[in-house]
Design a protein around this ligand. Structure first.
Ligand code: ADP
Length: 276
């Protein structure tokens, strides 16, 4: 089946929300710490680098890490027509990024609304309200892609999203370890239960190649996600090696710079992004 490339499709006004996006991609995982936010953020940056107009929504309301990965802070302003102005990344906000490759990328996260050490202790309905508000009341503009970083595991926010907008697909991130794979299988079954199509699986921390000796070590194993994807009849979108550059970039809030300039670090994301 030949798909119309996203850029060529007309923007659809989605569901009951004001959002206009041609494609809405969720990035989820069975458990935390597998690199979901790193993958979601890098995919958004990569799609943008490939020429698409992209928004990034951090729906990981309990542990919002997107602002940190991008080195973004600030409080979203409320405009006269009561819209939330997302925080925008670059082209002016990021150093080392060739301006021709980027338009400003709107980013919305609970992290912009909380104090740094404040925990989210909201009850369900408020949480769902906030997610709907992120979609409906944020000035996203017209997007080719809205990438949504999901909270790990639970299905309630997936359900809220699926009821609010048509979702193009969910990317499920896992590591090659058996326990992580079992959690990823649960995540896939959760998405399926709420009728969200599975875009495919990404294996993160898939081997480590020593920069000094060139030898590859499969620290958490390798290939498990590919096998699991085949068993479950979902696409396997690719693997990302353990990469110190990515970890350092994330910690330092410089993921955008690395994706823009580091050929080696960004190559695996190119492959995944091109399949979305
Ligand atoms: P999650 O969203 O699943 O909790 P994060 O994206 O926050 O996971 O990643 C957890 C930690 O692992 C972060 O410190 C991140 O920099 C690091 N990390 C993620 N993917 C990789 C990778 N491929 N190589 C090295 N470090 C990684």
């Amino acid at each position: 089946e030949v798909q119309t490339p996203v850029h060529a499709r007309p923007p659809a006004r989605l569901g009951q929300v004001g959002l206009k996006a041609k494609s809405v991609i969720l990035v989820g995982s069975g458990k935390g710490g597998v690199g979901k936010s790193t993958v979601a953020t890098s995919l958004a940056l990569t799609l943008r680098r490939l020429g698409a107009t992209v928004g990034l929504m951090d729906a990981d309301v309990y542990g919002p890490s997107v602002p940190h990965l991008l080195g973004l802070s600030g409080r979203p302003a409320i405009s006269e027509d009561k819209k939330i102005e997302p925080i925008r990344l670059g082209p002016n906000g990021e150093s080392g990024v060739p301006p021709e490759t980027v338009g400003a990328m709107p980013v919305m996260s609970m992290g912009f609304l909380l104090e740094p050490d404040q925990a989210v202790i909201w009850r369900g309905p408020m949480l769902h309200g906030s997610i709907q508000q992120f979609l409906r009341d944020t000035s996203w503009g017209e997007l080719d892609y809205l990438v949504i970083d999901m909270p790990p595991g639970t299905g309630d926010i997936a359900l809220t999203l699926s009821q609010a907008i048509p979702i193009t697909g969910a990317v499920v991130v896992c590591t090659p370890q058996e326990v992580a794979l079992l959690d990823a299988v649960k995540a896939i079954s959760m998405f399926r239960k709420v009728n969200i199509p599975i875009a495919g699986m990404v294996e993160n921390m898939s081997g480590f190649t020593c920069p000094d000796c060139g030898k590859t070590y499969d620290i958490f194993g390798r290939g498990g996600a590919r096998d699991k994807a085949e068993q479950l009849s979902v696409p396997y979108l690719g693997g990302l090696p353990i990469d110190i550059t990515l970890r350092e970039a994330g910690d330092a809030g410089k993921l955008a710079e690395v994706i823009a300039t580091d050929h080696r670090a960004r190559a695996p994301f190119d492959q995944v992004a091109r399949s979305l």
